[in-house]
Design a protein around this ligand. Structure first.
Ligand code: HSE
Length: 308
C-alpha cells in the first residue's frame, strides 16, 4: 500500500569544492533539514509548518514550494501535498540550505507517488527552487543532495549528472561564521569572463580532483583543491578567510576553500581525527577575532536524501 506521509532527512551540501564552480558538489552526513511531505485530497501544494528559520511559507515564495509546483506541473496527480519544513541549516550559510528544502519536497512527493520520476528529473524540479533562491538554476547542491556522495554536473544543457566515487576516509569540516551572504549577492560580484591562463589551471585541478576521488589518492585530492577564479573574489566577503585557511592546512587539512557561495569555509581531511583537529584550528581563528560560528565535522553522505 502506498504511504500517505513521509519524513525525510535532507542533507547539507558543499558546492563548488574549490575548483568546480557550479559543477561539483558533495553531500554531508551530520547536518541537514527534516521535512514531512503528506498527500492531501485538495489540489496544489501548501507549506503548513516551517520552523528554525524565518522564511516565507507562501508556496510561490518558498523554494520547496516552487520546486514542488514544478514537479506537480509535470504529472497528472489528482490530489495535492502538504509540506512541513524543520530547518536545521541556516539560510545564507553556504551549505545548501535552499537545496535541502527543494530536494526534500520533490523527493518526498515522488516517493509518495511510487517514484514516477528519475533522480535526474528530480534534480531539474529542485533546480527551480535554486532559481528562486539565487536567480540561477544551478545544480551543484541539489545533485549531491539527491544522488549522495560527490557529483559532477558534466553539462547543464542537456542536464547530465555524473556521480563520483567518495573515498571512505575523507571527512569534511565546515565552519560557518555567523554572517549571512546571499548567493545572489555573491554571484553578482563575480567576473563573467576568465583568462585562458586561469582556465588551464582550473581545469587541471578539476581533472586532478576527479582522478584523486576515484583512485582514493588523498594527496592528489589535496593538491587539486585550488580555485584560481572565484575564491580570490569571494573570499573578500568572508572575515578571517585567509587565516582560517592557513590554520586548517597547518592542522593537517588536505585542502580548504569556500563552501558554496560562502560564508562557510570547508576543509577535507583524511580521517575523522584530523578533521576534528582542523575544526579546532578553524574555531580558534574566529574565537580570536570575536566572531560567533557553528562548526560541523562530517563523513561524506553517500546515500543522499533519505527517509527517516
Ligand atoms: N555554485 C553556486 C555558487 C553554489 O557558488 O554560487 C551556491 O550554493
Amino acid at each position: 500500500m502506498m504511504k500517505e506521509e513521509i519524513k525525510v532527512f535532507c542533507p547539507a551540501t558543499i558546492a563548488n569544492i574549490s575548483c568546480g564552480f557550479d559543477v561539483l558538489g558533495v553531500a554531508l552526513d551530520s547536518v541537514g533539514d527534516e521535512m514531512v511531505v503528506r498527500k492531501v485530497p485538495s489540489k496544489g501544494v501548501h507549506i503548513t509548518k516551517l520552523t528554525g528559520q524565518d522564511l516565507p511559507t507562501e508556496t510561490h515564495l518558498n523554494v520547496a514550494g516552487v520546486a514542488a509546483l514544478s514537479l506537480l506541473a509535470e504529472c497528472d496527480y489528482d490530489g495535492g501535498f502538504e509540506i512541513e519544513i524543520f530547518k536545521k541549516i541556516k539560510a545564507g550559510s553556504g551549505i545548501g540550505s535552499s537545496a535541502a528544502s527543494s530536494t526534500g519536497a520533490v523527493w518526498g512527493m515522488n516517493a509518495l507517488m511510487g517514484n514516477p520520476f528519475s533522480k535526474l528529473e528530480l534534480v531539474k524540479f529542485a533546480m527551480e527552487g535554486e532559481r528562486l533562491a539565487s536567480g540561477v538554476a544551478h545544480a551543484d547542491n541539489v545533485a549531491p543532495a539527491l544522488f549522495g556522495g560527490f557529483t559532477l554536473v558534466r553539462s547543464y544543457d542537456p542536464l547530465d549528472i555524473v556521480p563520483i566515487n567518495s573515498p571512505p576516509e575523507l571527512f569534511a569540516t565546515v565552519i560557518h561564521p555567523q554572517i549571512e551572504v546571499k548567493t545572489s549577492d555573491s554571484r553578482k560580484i563575480l567576473k563573467t569572463t576568465l583568462s585562458l591562463a586561469d582556465g588551464i589551471k582550473q581545469w587541471g585541478n578539476v581533472g586532478g580532483l576527479i582522478a584523486g576521488l576515484y583512485t582514493e589518492d588523498y594527496a592528489l585530492i589535496g593538491r587539486s583543491l585550488v580555485d584560481h577564479i572565484v575564491e580570490p573574489i569571494r573570499s573578500i566577503l568572508i572575515p578571517g578567510f585567509d587565516k582560517v585557511k592557513s590554520s586548517a592546512l597547518e592542522a593537517g587539512a588536505l585542502g580548504c576553500g569556500i563552501s558554496g557561495s560562502g560564508p562557510s569555509i570547508f576543509s577535507f581531511s583524511r580521517g575523522s581525527e584530523t578533521a576534528r583537529k582542523v575544526a579546532d584550528a578553524m574555531k580558534d581563528v574566529y574565537q580570536k577575532i570575536g566572531i560567533d560560528y557553528d562548526v560541523h565535522v562530517s563523513k561524506i553522505n553517500t546515500l543522499g536524501i533519505r527517509e527517516i
